[in-house]
Design a protein around this ligand. Structure first.
Ligand code: SF4
Length: 375
């Protein structure tokens, strides 16, 4: 294994492996399933092949049993809190991109407190602070203050903001932040610049190394993910699985999670090629395959997905879900506010969602531990 994930990624021909995956035969899939797990990326590739779709039921059974072994029958619940939609980037698929004339807003510290109160009343004790990318969020001490305010009521606070330096992440860890999520969007170095034409996000290498910098700063949780729909999905799934495997070795103190968001309509007018998005059945297949390859990682599904699909995925390998999310800054305390980044599909209240979990025999986990543990 290489020293950095950039070197690791460049040393692999994942395009060829994605092409081989698309051609894998049933015998290959059967031989991997007979072991009950995938030991190599090549075996994992067979499990996301078209041939594997015929074996979805046995794969789901193995995935479910493996998940129960490591996580029990539980689902960790969290709420994203959008702090700011001010952004210096121009991602071609995003409604918050700089070129859009939408109302821009960064929550004040008082407004954050109101949002945290509203999220607390909904029952959540894990919050993910989400912000678009703007230098003022990093330079002014704003994020440290936002983390500290959140910790007054939330025992667990993570962040999903523009990639930062190790020294900035250290400040957030000292303020009490325990997790860092960063979506690579695409792991394809040729496609990446076409999606991110300007702004700091246009630097592929800087974004790719973000989880490694987070681990170096002491983040206890690292979240990864591609944005499914912007490129060949099998390539992206292979790359994120490789990334997680790499971090499990190189950042072994951190818990790794993978999210698999699929593109939804936004104000970006981005044309999504249908063949680049896994359908519902393929998304379930990928979830099961990830569990067979990476038995201990957390798998996350957000409210972007439909109620029907989320209910179907509760028992097969997913370990973290958001519920009743607002993707607007200020959207929990005030129903009407500035623009959303994308639409949500499952808008059940937390209570309705918990009832659905319980009807599947799954216990909701609102809180992992008391805040004193991380501070
Ligand atoms: S995806 Fe993030 S960085 Fe890109 S334009 Fe949207 S908010 Fe900004």
């Amino acid at each position: 294994m290489k020293e950095t994930f950039l070197e690791e990624l460049r040393s692999r021909d994942l395009h060829s492996l994605a092409a081989e995956s698309a051609q894998a035969d049933e015998a290959r899939v059967r031989s991997v399933l007979a072991k009950g797990r995938a030991d190599t990326l090549e075996e994992f590739a067979a499990l996301i092949s078209p041939a594997a779709e015929k074996f979805l039921e046995p794969m789901a059974r193995i995935s479910s049993a493996t998940t129960q072994k490591y996580f029990g029958r539980t689902m960790r619940l969290f709420a994203p809190l959008y702090l700011s939609n001010e952004c210096v980037n121009n991602c071609v698929y995003c409604g918050f991109a700089r070129r859009h004339s939408i109302e821009r807003r960064t929550l004040s510290l008082e407004e954050i407190e109101r949002e945290i109160d509203a999220i607390y009343k909904l029952g959540f004790r894990n919050v993910l602070l989400v912000a678009a990318e703007h230098p003022k969020l990093v330079s002014s001490g704003y994020m440290e203050d936002a983390i500290k305010i959140s910790l007054k009521k939330m025992p667990s606070v993570s962040i999903e903001i523009g990639p930062s330096r190790v020294e900035d992440y250290k400040k957030y860890v000292e303020a009490g932040c325990e997790g860092l999520t960063v979506f690579q969007e695409t792991y394809d170095e040729k496609v990446y610049p076409t999606l991110h034409p300007s702004g700091p996000k246009s630097v592929f290498e800087w974004r790719l190394a973000t989880p490694e910098r987070g681990a170096q700063a002491g983040m206890r949780k690292l979240g990864l993910g591609p944005l499914l729909g912007v490129n060949n999905w099998r390539f992206e799934i292979l790359a994120v699985a490789l990334h997680a495997k790499f971090l499990m070795k190189r950042a072994w103190k951190s818990q790794i999670s993978i999210s698999l968001p699929r593109m939804r309509p936004s104000e970006g007018c981005f044309k999504v090629l249908a063949e680049n998005i896994p359908n519902d059945r393929q998304l379930v297949l990928v979830t099961c395959a990830l569990r067979l390859f990476l038995s201990r990682i957390s798998l996350v599904v957000s409210t972007r997905e439909s109620r029907r699909l989320r209910d179907g995925m509760m028992n097969i390998g997913v370990t973290q879900m958001s519920a009743y999310s607002s993707t607007k800054p200020g959207g929990y305390a005030d129903a009407e506010d500035s623009g959303e980044q994308f639409h949500i599909d499952d808008n059940r209240t937390p209570q309705e969602f918990v009832a659905a979990l319980r009807s599947h025999g799954i216990d909701p986990v609102w809180k992992d531990f008391d805040a004193g543990f991380v501070r």
